[in-house]
Design a protein around this ligand. Structure first.
Ligand code: DGY
Length: 426
C-alpha cells in the first residue's frame, strides 16, 4: 500500500517530535528552532490541536527576562551540532540558548489558531499573549538602534536567511576576530557542503557570537556596538504583520492595556518601510545601517511587503514586476535570491532555493492584497516541488530538486496546513 503525502507529512512531524517540541530535522538541526516551531504548530493543528499549542508553549519557555525569545533552545547538549551551548555561553533564560532571536512569526501563528478554533484556543492564546507582547517590545527597543526607527539585526542567523547575498554588505565591513576559538563545523558532515554557507561566512558568524559573549549578551550594546548591523525586510515586514496580528489578538481577547503601544509600533514601522526601499531596483531590500548601503537583489523577503500590508501602490506594482521578471527565469517560484543578481546559486541555502515557509507567508500576503494569480503560482509551485522531490528543507528553483535537510518539519507542516491539494479543496 502506498502511503500518501499527507500521511508521510504526519509521520515526519511525529518522528521529529522530541516530547512536545519538534526538531527541524534529525542530526543537522537537533534542537528547537524558533520560527520552525511556530510554522510546525500549523501542521500539528491539522490533526492534533493540543500538540500544536504545546509546541508554542515550549518555545515560549525559552524566553529571556528581557523578552527575547531566542533562535535556538538547547534543552540538552548535542555534540552533533555546531555551535552548541558551550559556544554561545548564554545565561539569559531558563535553558541555555542562542544569544540572538529569529523572525517573530509567533503572533501570526497564534492568531490563525485562534481564528480557526474555539474557547480552548482563546485560553491558550491568552496564556501566550504577555510573552509575545514582551518579545515584540524587545525587538522595538533592544533591536532598534539608537537614532533609528527601523528594527535591525545583529547576525544573519537572526534573519533566518543565513547566507543570503543580502548580508554580504554587512559581513564585508567586519573582520574575522583572530581570537575566535578553533572550531569544527558539523553542518557539512550532515549536508552537502556546496549547499551550505562558506568557511569565511562561518568565521564571521562565530566572530559575532564572540562579540555577544564579550558583551555578556547585553542586547542593546550588541545592537549598537556589535560588528554587524543591518535592517532586514524579512524581520521588518514579519514584525509589522505580527504587530498587526497581536493587535487583533488583544482586541479578540478584550485585552486593552497594550493596544495604544502596539498601534504606535505599527505606525512607526509603516513609516520606516521607506528606509528599505531601493528605487533603482523597485524593491524593498536589506540595508547596512552604518554605511547606508542598500542591497541590489530581489530576495524572498522583498516580497513580504504584501504580507505586512506595507508600501505604496507604486512600490507594490514595482515589486510585482520584479516577481514577474523572476518568474520568467525559474521554473519554481519564489527563489530566495534574485536570479539576475550577483551571488545567485540555485542549490546553495539562501542564495536561490525556494523555502516552504516563505512561500506560505508570501502567498498569503499576495492573496490578501488582490494578487491572486501570483499567490496561486507560489502555492502551486511549492506543492509541485514537494510532489516531485519530497519533504526537503528547500528546493532548487530551476529544477525542483530537494536541497539540504530531508524529512523536514516545516515542509511537512506547510504541506498539511496549506499546500496539499486536499487543503486547497477545503
Ligand atoms: C544553522 O545552524 O544553519 C542555523 O541556521 C543557525 O540558526
Amino acid at each position: 500500500m502506498t502511503i500518501t503525502l499527507n500521511e508521510q507529512a504526519i509521520e515526519i512531524l511525529r518522528k521529529n517530535d522530541r516530547g512536545g517540541f519538534t526538531v527541524p530535522t534529525a542530526r543537522l538541526y537537533p534542537y528547537q528552532w524558533n520560527w520552525d516551531s511556530a510554522f510546525v504548530a500549523l501542521g500539528f493543528a491539522t490533526f492534533d490541536r493540543t500538540r500544536a499549542w504545546r509546541e508554542l508553549e515550549l518555545l515560549v519557555e525559552g524566553q529571556w527576562p528581557n523578552g527575547m525569545i531566542p533562535h535556538i533552545i538547547f534543552r540538552r547538549d548535542d555534540p552533533d551540532y555546531f555551535p552548541g551551548p558551550s559556544v554561545w555561553r548564554t545565561a539569559g533564560g531558563k535553558f541555555p540558548s542562542g544569544g540572538i532571536s529569529q523572525p517573530p512569526v509567533l503572533a501570526s501563528i497564534v492568531l490563525s489558531l485562534l481564528e480557526q478554533g474555539g474557547e480552548g484556543d482563546a485560553a491558550k492564546a491568552r496564556e501566550l499573549y504577555d510573552a509575545i507582547f514582551a518579545w515584540h517590545n524587545w525587538y522595538h527597543t533592544e533591536r532598534t538602534p539608537e537614532g533609528h526607527d527601523i528594527v535591525c539585526t545583529v547576525h544573519p542567523w537572526e534573519t533566518g536567511r543565513d547566507n543570503c547575498p543580502d548580508w554580504e554588505l554587512g559581513l564585508d565591513r567586519m573582520a574575522v576576530d583572530p581570537d575566535i576559538d578553533p572550531y569544527v563545523r558539523k553542518d557539512t558532515e550532515h549536508a552537502d557542503a556546496s549547499q551550505r554557507p562558506s568557511k569565511l561566512q562561518y568565521d564571521k558568524f562565530v566572530t559575532i557570537i564572540k562579540a555577544g559573549r564579550d558583551l555578556n549578551w547585553d542586547q542593546k550594546r550588541l545592537t549598537n556596538e556589535g560588528p554587524f548591523l543591518m535592517a532586514d525586510p524579512g524581520i521588518h515586514f514579519i514584525l509589522l504583520r505580527a504587530d498587526r496580528d497581536l493587535l487583533k489578538i488583544a482586541q479578540t481577547l478584550g485585552l486593552d492595556e497594550h493596544i495604544g503601544q502596539i498601534q504606535k509600533w505599527i505606525d512607526t514601522a509603516v513609516r520606516a518601510s521607506d528606509y528599505l526601499w531601493n528605487d533603482r531596483l523597485g524593491a524593498f531590500c536589506a540595508r547596512d545601517v552604518r554605511s547606508g548601503e542598500i542591497s541590489q537583489g530581489f530576495s524572498s523577503a522583498s516580497a513580504l511587503c504584501f504580507y505586512a500590508d506595507a508600501g505604496t501602490t507604486e512600490q507594490r506594482k514595482r515589486s510585482v514586476e520584479n516577481m514577474e521578471r523572476i518568474a520568467s527565469k525559474v521554473q519554481f517560484m519564489l527563489p530566495s535570491w534574485d536570479p539576475d543578481a550577483d551571488g545567485f546559486e540555485a542549490q546553495r541555502y539562501w542564495c536561490g532555493p525556494v523555502w516552504p515557509q516563505m512561500n506560505h507567508i508570501i502567498s498569503e500576503g499576495l492573496a490578501e492584497q488582490g494578487e491572486q494569480e501570483l499567490a496561486n503560482r507560489i502555492r502551486n509551485d511549492l506543492a509541485s516541488v514537494i510532489q516531485q522531490s519530497g519533504f526537503f528543507e528547500c528546493f532548487n528553483p530551476v529544477t525542483g530538486a530537494g536541497c539540504i535537510g530531508t524529512d523536514f518539519s516545516w515542509t511537512a507542516a506547510m504541506w498539511l496546513a496549506w499546500a496539499t491539494p486536499t487543503k486547497m479543496a477545503s
